[in-house]
Design a protein around this ligand. Structure first.
Ligand code: NPW
Ligand code: K
Length: 447
């Protein structure tokens, strides 16, 4: 051991489970990663930026979110070495290397490909581990600041190869009480409801910003936890450079639902300059703000809504948002369009018609109804938690094909309200919505 090198023992547990298909290996955690207690912890290391970019997700900000991202996508993560002598984070200085026992992962998970994040880990893997696992490694470029000459776009392109070995995410549609039970189970296992809401608002903002990188955003917030998603998203979008106005019937302190109240209070404590909060504004002021917006986020009502009609002031807000959408403003719904039942798929009066719906954690049965597109637009599941361990063996892989209470042909459900100018397929030929895609209608329902 040289004077400036130290003996390091790897103390970060590997990430994997029985669904991991790809194993990514570095050499040894850097001093910063050891301090953070997780892999690739240096703020200038681009590993997490590259992975987030591969999966079109926000960059995970905490160790728990990083772990979650890996498991959701079937990626196992560890390092080649169990211990070595090393100078700082310099792979070139490594001496007295002892490898990790990678069969701990390969015997428990169907690993079909191994990737090494840099030349040194690939070299050490070939020397010590390949005979153990029987899987040759693919060498990827290092994401470390030492490889700054390679830009992040090129790095991401190189890492695309990982995707060939991963499964597409499964979309399970749950009933609303099942979604609530799922969130409670995840919270009981250590990912709090506040954390889930923070992730929900983050994904909502990320997808909004991806679709509309510039422009003014109006966030309509209800008083329940759907509103909480809106409060989180508003802060995120203001930080990302948007002019944001958040419209709420109650101040943060007057909200009662948790974790929405805490999320709103957190935003108020560090309110970005470009985020204005309007509390119980007059209807005319709401209309003016919505008209001035390029994008409206609907975080008024989510899975907690039921009934045939929406109470004021939300009914008026919804009507104004729909009118703005007719004039070209984009509408993005948080979890489900306000006034639309995520359980039955029934639209109340009035009901938001969204271009996009960012639904949290998993799809819901109401969003899978054949007519859902009319109200929800494109539905994207925001994967705010790793749900597979909770859903395996208890849930079907596919949503039911023919919902039992779908209106029978020729016998329209009297309670199912739809605007006059919609045709029989639930498509409004006079709206500004593009005619395609309508994937649900491409299937032959009689097959
Ligand atoms: N749980 C979590 O941790 C997470 C939850 N998440 C999010 O929470 C959402 C579910 O939140 P939730 O259960 O609070 O219900 P929510 O959809 O906000 O509605 C309740 C509000 O609606 C109101 N209201 C009801 N009927 C009405 C009517 N007819 N007309 C008018 N208003 C009516 C009712 O008002 P009240 O009648 O009580 O005055 C109450 O204020 C879910 O969709 C997801 O977005 C995610 O962030 C993940 C983490
Ligand atoms: K909503």
């Amino acid at each position: 051991m040289t004077a400036s090198s130290e003996h390091i023992v790897h103390e970060i547990e590997p990430v994997f489970d029985r669904h991991s298909r790809v194993l990514i290996l570095g050499t040894m955690p850097s001093p910063k990663s050891r301090e953070e207690g997780f892999f690739y912890g240096h703020p200038r290391n681009r590993f997490w930026t590259v992975l987030a970019s591969l999966f079109h997700e926000p960059v995970p900000a905490t160790n728990q979110r990083k772990r979650d991202l890996l498991l959701r996508h079937g990626i196992a993560l560890w390092d080649v070495l169990a211990s070595c002598d090393i100078e700082g984070a310099s792979d070139a200085s490594i001496k007295n290397a002892k490898p990790n026992d990678l069969t701990r992962i390969t015997s428990a998970a169907p690993i079909e490909a191994v990737f090494c994040t840099g030349a040194k880990s690939a070299e050490l893997y070939r020397r010590y581990c390949e005979s153990q696992t029987g899987i040759p490694a693919v060498q990827l470029p290092s994401t470390s600041p030492a490889n700054a000459a390679m830009d992040t776009e090129t790095l991401t392109a190189a890492y695309q190869v990982i995707l060939d070995h991963l499964e597409a995410p499964r979309h399970v549609a749950l009933h609303v009480p099942e979604v609530v039970a799922l969130e409670q189970a995840i919270a009981a296992d250590g990912t709090s409801l506040a954390e889930l809401m923070d992730r929900a608002g983050g994904f909502l903002a990320f997808y909004t910003h991806t679709l509309h990188p510039e422009g003014r955003i109006a966030v309509l917030c209800g008083t329940g936890n759907n509103g909480g998603d809106g409060w989180v998203a508003a802060g995120w979008l203001a930080e990302a450079g948007h002019d944001v106005v958040l419209i709420t019937p109650r101040s943060a302190d007057e909200l009662r639902a948790e974790p929405a109240k805490s999320a709103a209070q957190k935003l108020m404590q560090a309110l970005p300059e470009s985020c204005r909060i309007l509390i119980a504004p007059e209807a005319d002021a709401v209309a003016a703000e919505l008209k001035a917006a390029d994008v409206i986020i609907d975080a008024i009502l989510g899975t907690g809504f039921s009934g045939d009609s929406v109470k004021e002031p939300f009914a008026r807000w919804i009507e104004e948002a729909c009118a703005c959408r007719e004039s070209g403003t984009a509408v993005i719904a948080a979890d489900c369009p306000s006034g639309y039942s995520a359980e039955t798929g029934k639209a109340a009066s009035p009901c938001i018609k969204a271009d996009e719906t960012v639904t949290m954690i998993t799809s819901k049965v109401g969003l899978e109804r054949p007519w859902a597109f009319t109200y929800c637009g494109n539905v994207t599941v925001a994967p705010i938690a790793y749900t597979r361990p909770y859903l395996d063996e208890t849930q079907p892989d596919e949503p039911e094909e023919q919902p039992a209470d779908a209106p029978a042909p020729g016998k329209p459900d009297e309670q199912f309200r739809r605007p006059e100018n919609e045709d029989d397929d639930g498509y409004d030929p006079y709206s500004d919505r593009p005619a395609t895609p309508e994937p649900l209608f491409q299937q032959d329902p009689w097959n």
